[in-house]
Design a protein around this ligand. Structure first.
Ligand SMILES: [Zn+2]
Length: 345
């Protein structure tokens, strides 16, 4: 008997994009079928437009037919059919999964995809002529950010779990990549870029988290990290999706909330990026994270003399918690920083 299978690939995967180990055998069998089908079709999207024989066995019990798969463009579900029993199905939410082998550069559906993305953008952003879309490539080289830009993004950077709040306000070119933003955050905050970092954004297509950063060979899943120098901030941070997070130093766990406050027209006399506001000093490197740092601030202010002295030693003799002057922020050239960064780790 013919069956109809409407499936959402994400329902078969855990939050890391894998088939869960403890999945029940029946569901697991289906998950293996679906992921293999997505891989088979997306590895040859051009041929698969007319349907290809995937060599995969029909998921219907005891059918044994070999199913064909069909590709309908990047924003559409992948479909399959079993010629033997007549069963068929469609698979949605396969994009960006570990089994999506489409190459965005060679996909002629890129324009369609852009349109899909544009639905997520505020009309005022469209009018501003910002680059709307920059697909994360799986591999690639560094792309120098464009020096030509007409608009800037005004961002607020808040260090989570700090009281009183430690924050900065910066303006960066709308063409900035996530690498450029990383360098700007380091400089505006006052960090020394001596630990690992990572951005987390919501995938506008699926809502699932995407990670951008520097893929490291020793990562458990280096392919999970999108190289941050290949993706523009404006591709994800929009007036419709205003926030993302940036974590610095996975040991201390400094999480920064980045909020797009507004988009402005570039002013001629201004050098970007620039810092236009902020409060309180950046915590010293290796000061233990928000909790430990908060306790030391408390001792510095309210502790007994011996405790004050100890906290002062811990935080450094020159540390002034309420000190910050935006005019003293110096921004490094992200391209120069890129050249030296990889020598240090
Ligand atoms: Zn069948």
């Amino acid at each position: 008997m013919a069956h109809n299978f409407t499936t959402n690939l994400r329902h078969y995967l855990d939050e890391t994009g894998q088939i869960p180990i403890n999945m029940l055998p029946e569901a697991r069998k289906m998950a293996s079928f679906l992921t293999a089908l997505v891989e088979s079709v997306t590895s040859h999207p051009e041929e698969a437009k007319n349907g290809i024989n995937t060599g995969l066995t029909c998921p219907v019990d005891r059918c044994g037919g070999l199913v064909s798969g069909q590709y309908h463009g990047y924003i559409s579900p992948i479909t399959w059919k079993c010629p033997k029993c007549g069963s068929e199905g469609d698979i949605s939410n396969w994009q960006h999964s570990n089994w999506d082998f489409t190459d965005p550069d060679e996909t002629e559906d890129l324009n369609l995809l852009k349109e899909a993305f544009n639905h997520f953008f505020d009309p005022s952003v469209l009018e501003s002529g910002l680059p709307l879309f920059d697909f994360p490539k799986k591999q690639g080289r560094k792309k120098a950010p464009s020096k030509k830009f007409d608009h800037y993004l005004q961002l607020k950077i808040s260090l989570e779990n700090t009281k009183p709040s430690i924050w900065r306000r910066i303006e960066i070119p709308c063409t900035s990549t996530f690498w450029d933003l990383h360098v700007a955050i380091q400089d505006a905050m006052g960090w020394t870029d001596s630990h690992l970092h990572q951005f987390e954004v919501a995938d506008p297509l699926t809502g699932y988290p995407l990670f951008l950063g520097v893929p490291h060979e020793e990562d458990i899943e280096p392919e999970r990290t999108i190289p941050e120098w290949e993706v523009r901030v404006a591709s994800y941070l929009t007036l419709a999706h205003r926030t993302l997070t940036y974590e610095y130093d996975f040991g201390d766990g400094w999480v920064h909330k980045i909020t797009l406050e507004s988009i402005g027209k570039r002013e001629k006399e201004v050098t970007y990026p620039r810092c236009t506001g902020g409060r309180r000093a950046c915590p010293p490197e290796d000061s233990g994270g928000p909790h430990v740092f908060g306790e030391m601030l408390d001792l510095l202010e309210n502790g007994k003399p011996a405790e004050k002295k100890a906290a002062k030693e811990e935080l450094g003799p020159y540390f002034e918690p309420d000190q910050f002057d935006p005019s003293e922020v110096k921004f490094q050239d992200p391209e120069k920083r890129f050249e030296t960064y990889f020598d240090e780790f």
